[in-house]
Design a protein around this ligand. Structure first.
Ligand SMILES: Nc1ncnc2c1ncn2[C@@H]1O[C@H](COP(=O)(O)OP(=O)(O)OP(=O)(O)O)[C@@H](O)[C@H]1O
Length: 359
């Protein structure tokens, strides 16, 4: 089931003041894809999800499910299920009754209800717990019941609104992989809202990065991380350094950027049409910088300001000539010795780790 969101817009009005919560939102989701909405609090993730589910009416735009315009259909006519962060199971019903509840409302035969529930109970790893009530199972198991309850209805689209935020870190990690496994197995088109960038990176086919109601970038986790299209996206995902500069030369497969403060020229690359004298940022991930001389395409030096020894790697900050800090993730522990604070350190990075975006 493909899902297309076209020019979606949502304006909330309160006390005569208009607040544009979602603006010009365009997204095409292919059948079976899991798409994550990621962005800071208040950027419009939940509002967009609620428009898809039908709980919120768009101020403009269209929602197309399998080529049919469902923008004005009520929630119960959409074949879309939503799994919330507070999973609100019926406390007086056991696991099986919770899972079968929606099917009973839809008046399936007893046999069909049992068949469907059995399949989903097995798929979500709840076998053996059917007779227990929600207060007799763990938080993770309750989450599975909530998932099972959504899945058993065989919706065309499944929406997740921060489903794992009530769970501890370890459980979240295993549950998100579980959700991804089941989602893939059933090939169910899904939208997943989260604050957690690791969660988004680990389960998504596509990530939509949002800010102030607008889409900042849509891409695979790899594209979002390695080829951010603007400073917001680069900064939002992972740790990053920005080196400012002006384009001094455009070669066939490389670009030279001159940084005035450091009086250095760096080489990098971009997939955009850039021209000489454009003001740009070089996006430099800490793990793309190290002390290995084979990456010598670019080098930069500074004074070791501080470091954190993490066993398998060392994170260090070096203070550059312009007073700014450069974050370096040095996996290859420097000559098997700990860094010395105050000592000068020369670090290197390749063209491939030097991604250029327009200012
Ligand atoms: N019912 C409402 N009435 C007025 N404003 C609203 C309403 N619901 C949301 N908003 C506003 O719309 C904007 C987007 O809110 P939304 O809940 O979609 O953000 P979010 O990205 O899901 O945030 P969070 O990560 O904190 O859940 C915010 O400015 C919010 O205050």
């Amino acid at each position: 089931m493909s899902l297309n969101l076209k020019n979606l817009k949502k304006i909330f009005k309160s006390d005569g003041v208009e607040n544009i919560a979602v603006d010009n939102f365009n997204l095409d989701i292919k059948e079976g894809q899991l798409v994550t909405f990621l962005g800071p609090s208040g950027c419009g993730k939940t509002t967009t999800l609620r428009m898809v589910s039908g709980f919120e009416n768009p101020s403009a735009g269209n929602i197309i499910l399998d080529e049919k315009d469902i923008t004005n259909d009520p929630p119960n006519k959409r074949d879309i299920s939503m799994m919330f962060q507070s999973y609100a199971l019926f406390p007086h019903m056991n696991v099986r009754e919770n899972i079968e509840f929606g099917l009973k409302l839809k008046k399936f035969s007893k046999k069909r209800i049992k068949e469907k529930a059995d399949k989903i109970i097995e798929l979500t790893g709840l076998s053996g717990m059917e007779k227990r009530r929600p207060d007799q199972i763990s938080g993770g198991q309750q989450q599975r019941v909530a998932l099972a309850r959504s899945l058993v209805m065989e919706p065309k689209v499944l929406l997740f609104d921060e489903p794992l935020s009530n769970l501890d870190a370890k459980l979240r990690e295993s549950m998100r992989l579980e959700i991804r496994r089941i989602q893939k197995e059933l090939n169910i088109t899904s939208i997943y809202v989260t604050h957690d960038q690791i969660e988004a990176m680990s389960i998504s086919d596509l990530i939509v990065i949002m800010d102030k109601g607008k889409i900042m970038q849509i891409g695979s986790p790899y594209e979002i991380y390695s080829k951010p299209q603007n400073k917001f996206v680069a900064d939002f995902i992972g740790n990053v350094n920005f080196l400012e500069g002006k384009i001094s030369y455009i070669g066939e497969d490389y670009i030279k950027v001159f940084n005035k403060e450091l009086n250095e020229e760096f080489i990098g690359y971009s997939d955009k049409e850039l021209k000489k004298d454009d003001e740009v940022y070089i996006v430099l991930r800490p793990e793309g910088i190290n002390t290995k001389k084979e990456n010598r395409e670019n080098y930069i030096s500074g004074i070791i300001d501080k470091y954190v020894f993490l066993g398998s790697n060392i994170e260090l900050d070096i203070r550059l000539k312009n007073g700014k800090l450069l974050h370096v993730n040095e996996y290859n522990i420097i000559e098997k010795e700990l860094p010395v604070i105050g000592k000068n350190l020369e670090v290197y990075f390749s063209k491939k780790n030097s991604w250029i975006i327009k200012k």
